[in-house]
Write a protein that binds this ligand. Structure first.
Ligand code: ATP
Ligand code: MG
Length: 421
């Protein structure tokens, strides 16, 4: 018999079926063992009696088994169906599983290699897979090329304090914090490019939204101005959410997500300048001195006011990277997209094209052209307006899945205090 997926059980009412998977729950009653069997597609209750009772009775949870039996509609069974077992095969009788109910988050991280099979983790990882696919489709459908930049690099792009240094045959090299400097060179050949790759940042404090190794979707577009960039950001995020809603009602329910709130994620998103954001925050009792970057709690507060993603533009020059194009009032054509519960998920900007302006900005930060190697050549040979953004995929998953911490949004998180499992 061919093994069927558990989610197909209702199609077999009254018929024979063969299933395989793991024992999710196990309870021995009088003359009958109830096993809830799990595979990657769902769960179903199975009942073993007689000869099969003897085999089923000693099994511990997470044992791997095969079952042949008959599907019966049964109101009392979770999901409305049960399988009456004719034949039970033991593939592997598990040892006592170390994870029981109500264990601390920290313990579950220690045994993440076992916890990845839990319902909430599996639901999250399925949604995560869809998010990655959606990003690819979004850009490819719009004529973008996927372009890969190196992970070993010689320059900083997002500030020296979060660089991971590696010994590169006796030379000092760094793990990439972003693809951006390479992307700005590559648009001269390809014009519209995107990537999905890990970025590395030595985040020295442990927060609920920082990993040291995170998955970064980045895009860079020649000839695209600041307004079109913001539109692209909100369309991308709405597209991702739409895809998840289409394919993952069941997983969103397992995670207890507010589906109605996700359904409201449609362009356009409210846009406000940094200055307007400060005014709003002050009205709500949060005073931020002009020139200070917004902190997570302030970002969350702004989103809470609108109940949906918000775009904040025109930050003061001094809080943003040197490559962002200058705008009136010592601000930049840069934006952050903020979402409820998480805060920033996207940082983007139109790029500065003036080589003099770039030089001035670098000097202010105590750096020079030489520190940026090839980058200045991108402004010497046919420099054109262009813009791009970076989206933190793990944060997007954290937000969509309603997770307290980014650690729950990825299979094996990397943070300052965790590099295993
Ligand atoms: P933050 O202020 O939260 O540290 P950032 O300003 O350093 O973010 P950018 O340099 O703009 O972030 O990076 C683009 C996007 O990459 C961010 O909007 C965020 O979604 C994601 N990101 C940045 N750093 C991390 C990190 N350490 N872990 C997970 N995602 C990150
Ligand atoms: Mg940062």
């Amino acid at each position: 018999m061919k093994f069927e997926e558990i989610r197909k059980v209702p199609d077999y009412d009254g018929k024979k079926i063969a299933l395989r998977g793991w024992v999710y729950r196990h309870r021995a009653g009088k003359g009958v063992v109830f096993i809830v069997l799990r595979d990657s597609t769902g769960t179903v209750q199975c009942t073993a009696k007689g000869k099969e009772y003897e085999k089923a009775e000693p099994l511990l949870i997470e044992s791997a088994i095969t079952i042949e039996g008959t599907v019966k509609k049964d109101e009392r069974a979770p999901g409305g169906y049960e399988v009456q077992v004719d034949k039970l095969g033991i593939v592997h009788a598990a040892e006592r599983f170390p994870i029981t109910k109500d264990q601390s988050k920290e313990f579950l991280r220690d045994v993440r290699h076992l916890w990845v099979r839990s319902q909430p983790m599996a639901a999250t990882l399925k949604i995560r897979s869809t998010v990655f696919g959606a990003i690819d489709d979004f850009f490819r459908d719009r004529g973008y090329y996927e372009f890969q930049s190196p992970i070993f690099t010689m320059t900083a792009a997002e500030g020296g304090s979060t660089l991971f240094e590696v010994d590169y045959f006796g030379k000092k090299a760094f793990l990439a914090q972003t693809w951006q400097l390479y992307a700005e060179a590559a648009i001269f050949g390809l014009e519209k490019i995107y990537t999905i790759a890990p970025s590395f940042r030595a985040e020295k404090s442990s927060t609920s939204r920082h990993l040291t190794e995170f998955w970064h979707a980045e895009v860079e577009t020649a000839w695209q101005d600041f307004d079109a960039l913001q539109k692209q950001g909100e369309e991308l995020v709405s597209f991702i959410v739409q895809r998840v809603l289409e394919g993952h009602r069941a997983e969103l329910e397992i995670l207890g997500v507010d589906i109605k709130a996700l359904e409201k994620v449609k362009p356009p998103f409210p846009r406000l300048t940094y200055k307007e954001a400060l005014e709003k925050l002050e009205k709500h009792g949060m005073k931020v001195p002009y020139g200070k970057d917004l902190r997570t709690k302030e970002e969350k507060k702004l989103c809470a006011m609108y109940g949906k993603p918000v775009i904040v533009t025109h930050y003061p020059k001094e809080v943003k990277a040197f490559y962002m194009k200058e705008a009136p009032g010592d601000t930049v054509l840069g934006f952050d997209m903020l979402v409820p519960h998480v805060g920033e998920i996207i940082g983007g900007s139109e790029r500065e094209t003036s080589i003099e302006e770039l030089e001035k900005r670098l000097a202010k930060e105590g750096e020079t052209f030489e520190d940026y190697g090839f980058y200045m050549d991108t402004r010497k040979y046919g420099s054109v307006p262009h813009s791009g953004l970076g989206l933190g995929i793990d944060r997007v998953v954290q937000w969509i899945c309603g997770l307290d911490s980014i650690h729950e949004a990825i299979g094996f998180p990397r943070t300052m205090d965790r590099i295993s499992p």
